[in-house]
Design a protein around this ligand. Structure first.
Ligand code: GLU
Length: 416
């Protein structure tokens, strides 16, 4: 597996390529090459057994050129400053591709949430909020859920922040429970975006969605909802997986029943109407649309030549390494990059923030309509840029994003 340092250098390399294509000035490249602020915090937390454990948390604010910093917070044992930095840079491009008025950020705590109780997670989340309270805010930096964090995590952050500041401040985070000012559709948003993009890809490649074979790696929020929506749109979901392994069916899986099985047993594996497969086998299954919806660095130089999909739609952040990207491009496999395919979440986060600031509530229909419009428009922008510059969809997306952010940096100037 690729280290986090190389994940960062890979994200950086994509950026450098785009700056060369665009012929950007050295000044602007220098500004965009590093995060505006990186914060590392130490988080002493009382565990249920009475012992004190000290965790490390991060918040990297990459760019505020296009608006307040925006990006999720992940809880994972492998979180490092390098990884969070790469993800914060990716958020900058993601917001720019979707043309929403945010910069990019990311946060994380190095911890194993699966081995922690709800009470421990709550204490840790409140500690973390306290530690970063002065650098987040509705007009400054707006966190959201990411890997192994959810609406409940956001509720704790909002509550802690509001108490510290002495005023209820729902707009400080997005992805909150609907009861606390969360948006309708935010929970499903990443999956909805993936489904819309997959539909656009199917039109573009002239491979109808009806009976299209879909493989989904990861069965968290993004993976499960993508699978469910694509099944409703007529696709056959033939394989899914989670961190414990995968399952494959020659016919198709009933996504709801797989979810029930996972709820009951803790994993998708050993589902009675399918055979167990490894994560490697899953990625190499023959299909029309392969949707990596787990973690970064899954499609690598090792397996790229064995991918048997018509297109890869990246619901996760950074699932394909640059070497693999090149192999897939040479093999004519369309890869819709994370910065576009997984942008449904942050787009509905934007709608949530707008609703909070305007004290309005949108219906689910309004959210879906606006999300769909933006996903379709950004998909077109990326495809047009790919044609104009004769590059892969990933490079094309980077070109669109870097151009937008660079314009903002230039217009802002440098002061003081
Ligand atoms: N964590 C999600 C992402 O990587 C959502 C971020 C947000 O809503 O701010 O896009």
């Amino acid at each position: 597996m690729m280290s986090n340092t190389s994940f960062l250098s890979y994200v950086m390399r994509q950026f450098e390529e785009a700056t060369q294509t665009l012929g950007l000035s050295q000044d602007i490249c220098d500004v965009l090459r590093r995060p505006e602020r990186s914060v590392t915090v130490s988080l002493p937390c009382r565990m249920d057994d009475g012992k004190l454990k000290v965790f490390t948390g991060y918040r990297v604010q990459y760019s505020s050129a296009r608006g307040p910093y925006k990006g999720g917070i992940r809880y994972h044992p492998d979180v490092t400053l390098e990884e969070v930095t790469a993800l914060a840079m990716l958020m900058t491009w993601k917001c720019a591709i979707m043309d929403i008025p945010f910069g990019g950020a990311k946060g994380g705590i190095r911890c194993d949430p699966k081995s922690m109780s709800q009470a421990e997670l709550e204490r840790l989340t409140r500690k973390y909020t306290m530690a970063i309270a002065n650098i987040i805010g509705p007009y400054l930096d707006i966190p959201a859920p990411d890997v192994y964090t959810d609406a409940q995590t956001m509720a704790w952050i909002m509550d802690a922040y509001s108490k510290i500041k002495g005023a209820p401040t729902p707009a400080v985070v997005t992805g909150k429970p609907v009861a606390l000012g969360g948006s309708e559709g935010r929970f499903e948003a990443t999956g909805m975006g993936v489904a819309v993009v997959t539909r656009e890809v199917s039109k573009y490649l002239k491979r109808p969605l009806k009976d299209a074979k879909v493989v989904v790696q990861g069965f968290g929020n993004a993976g499960y909802i993508s699978a469910k929506l694509l099944q409703e749109m007529g696709c056959r979901i033939i394989a899914v997986s989670d961190s414990k392994g995968g399952i494959h069916s020659h016919d198709q899986l009933d996504v709801e029943k797989v979810l029930e099985h996972k709820r009951r047993t803790g994993s998708v594996i050993n589902y009675e109407k399918a055979e167990n497969i490894t994560n490697e086998e899953l990625l190499e299954s023959e299909c029309d649309f392969l949707i990596p919806a787990a973690l970064e660095n899954q499609i690598t130089a090792k397996n790229a030549d064995r991918i048997k999909a018509l297109a890869v739609i990246e619901a996760a952040n950074g699932p394909t390494t640059p070497e693999a990207d090149r192999v897939l491009f040479d093999r004519g496999i369309l890869v819709v990059p994370d910065t576009l395919a997984s942008a449904g979440g942050v787009t509905v986060s934007y709608f949530e923030w707008v609703q909070n600031l305007t004290r309005m509530k949108w219906s689910l229909e309004e959210v879906k309509r606006n999300l769909e419009m933006r996903m379709v428009k950004s998909f077109e922008d990326v495809i047009n840029s790919a044609k104009e510059y004769n590059v892969s969809a990933r490079q094309a997306a980077m070109i669109v994003a870097v151009k937008r952010v660079a314009e903002a940096v230039k217009a802002l100037g440098s002061w003081p």
